[in-house]
Design a protein around this ligand. Structure first.
Ligand SMILES: [Ca+2]
Ligand SMILES: [Ca+2]
Ligand SMILES: [Ca+2]
Length: 253
């Protein structure tokens, strides 16, 4: 078991070290507001619930690809919350849909996948939860610990979330690259209970701030993209010092 986990760790970092930086890192990390969901969200991979219309749109940036010279495979994320769950919606433009991993905690980051790295405790951002989800709805979850900006990370894949709801949908053909696809959507609800163990207030209260980042992997003929630029020369996501700031609102925005 230990051997398998160590192999996974090495692949995690090899897989995220291809593209080279082309843009300046912003001087400050981005901030957003997570509105309270005021009506039910049905996690069906469609993202068409009324509640989503009031969520702040979060576009991803491309620190490692010159998207003035290549077509950006854009991503728009949204977040909402209530006392029960943190809700996420990712809408991904993607001409080549690729996701074959179906094993829980498998190497989804090597395929078309989106991620959230998050801690409810802004006083100690060296530990955080990671969720990585591929386009067919398979996910990997873990707790990550780091000793500093560029230190060795410890990623505990054995940690398991409970009660996750997750669905995807797509326009195109999955794992058939003889055609050009259009897009995919991932919608999920992470029960708030899963955010315990690192400090912070669970469920979050209005005015609370969590540090987090939203990522998208390169996949097949794609681009690494992200909400908050980690400042690395090559695409690399595990840098909590550069997580963005997400403020919980008492109302629907
Ligand atoms: Ca793709
Ligand atoms: Ca796990
Ligand atoms: Ca296809």
């Amino acid at each position: 078991m230990r051997k398998i986990l160590m192999l996974s760790v090495s692949l995690l970092f090899v897989g995220a070290a291809c593209a080279q930086r082309v843009q300046e890192q912003p001087a400050t990390v981005p901030e957003t507001v997570i509105a309270r969901a005021t009506s039910a969200i049905v996690v069906d991979g469609q993202g068409n619930d009324d509640a989503w219309k009031k969520a702040t749109k979060i576009p991803f940036i491309f620190p490692w690809n010159d998207v003035t010279k290549e077509t950006p495979q854009s991503t728009m994320a949204r977040m909402l919350y209530d006392d029960q769950a943190l809700y996420l919606l990712y809408e991904c433009v993607d001409p080549y849909l690729h996701a074959e991993v179906t094993e829980k905690d498998g190497p989804v980051w090597e395929e078309d996948a989106v991620e959230i790295f998050v801690t409810p405790n802004p006083a100690d951002i060296t530990a955080y939860f990671g969720y990585e989800m591929n386009a067919n709805g398979t996910f990997l979850d873990y707790m990550a610990f780091e000793g500093g900006e560029h230190s060795t990370k410890s990623i505990q894949f054995a940690w398991e979330s409970e009660g996750m709801q997750l669905q995807t949908s797509w326009v195109g053909t999955l794992n058939d690259h003889s055609d050009v696809d259009k897009s995919w959507i991932l919608e999920m609800a992470i029960p708030m209970e899963n955010f315990r163990h690192l400090g912070g207030t669970i469920p979050p209260q209005p005015g609370d701030m969590w540090r987090l980042n939203l990522n998208r992997t390169q996949g097949y003929k794609g681009q690494f993209s992200i909400w908050s630029d980690p400042g690395t020369d090559k695409a690399s996501f595990h840098h909590s010092a550069f997580f963005g700031k997400a403020w919980f609102s008492h109302k629907a925005e």
